[in-house]
Ligand binder design. Structure first.
Ligand code: SF4
Length: 242
């Protein structure tokens, strides 16, 4: 039995948006990105974890909800869950023993041999591509785009099911040319089950204030329904499942 402790931010026993069906969602602590619109900045710092658990301890918690989630599953989110790839691997192995569907909600920035192994026990990857424009990506997230595209291409090469997520942030990720490029990049992929274009919202702003970090998008408003629809149409036109 492994003694490795995962560093956790929190659990949510009945999530409905992070994968199919009703899901037990675990938010792991730590992220290398610094997205300007992040709604979980309290997950950034690895050392700020609220609790630590071994994969067996976590599984005990999950199993209390098994009757509710057996048609949904379990999702590792964050922060960036693949920063703790060894823990994710151990935990997903236990999930598969229990016959639970597994999903990981990731920025795709962490890619190594342990991540590859963890993906063998992962049924679905929720891949959040922040921008296809390298300059915008760097400004918006403070990390390079290239490793994320490499990760996306790897998922395609192993035919791993993915849901693509893209947050539409006015002034940042709503340029028609960039949306078109992203849709064209994704269009040849045969493993995409769904593309979600999510409207930017400001619900995380209060957490930035609590952490005494100036919120960088103070003047940015959520996109209009028309803008959202226009963006979705670009992806639809490339045959992508919106
Ligand atoms: S990848 Fe997610 S958790 Fe990390 S900074 Fe971006 S939005 Fe926040």
């Amino acid at each position: 039995m492994s003694k490795l402790k995962g560093m956790l931010h929190s659990h949510e026993s009945c999530g409905t948006v992070d994968g199919p069906g009703l899901r037990y969602v675990i938010f792991l602590q730590g992220c290398r990105l610094r997205c300007k619109y992040c709604h979980n900045p309290d997950t950034w710092n690895h050392d700020d974890h609220k609790l630590t658990q071994t994969s067996e301890e976590l599984m005990k918690d999950v199993l209390r909800y098994k009757p509710y989630i057996q048609n949904g599953g379990v999702t590792l989110s964050g922060g960036e869950p693949l920063l703790q790839a060894t823990f994710a691997l151990e935990f997903f192995k236990l999930c598969k023993k229990e016959g639970l569907h597994t999903a990981v909600d990731t920025s795709g920035y962490i890619f190594n041999d342990t991540v590859k192994e963890a993906l063998e026990y992962t049924d679905l990857v929720l891949l959040d591509i922040k921008s296809i424009n390298p300059k915008t990506h760097l400004e918006l997230t403070e990390v390079e785009l290239a490793p994320i595209l490499e990760f996306a291409n790897y998922l395609q090469s192993i035919n791993k099911a993915i849901w693509i997520r893209h947050v539409l942030v006015p002034g940042w990720t709503d340029k028609e040319e960039d949306l078109q490029k992203l849709a064209e990049f994704l269009s040849p992929f045969t493993n995409i089950e769904k593309v979600e274009i999510l409207p930017y919202h400001r619900l995380g702003e209060v957490k930035w204030e609590q952490l005494n970090i100036p919120y960088p998008l103070k003047d940015t408003l959520p996109p209009s329904p028309e803008l959202l629809e226009k963006a979705k149409a670009i992806f639809r036109a490339q045959g992508l499942p919106i």
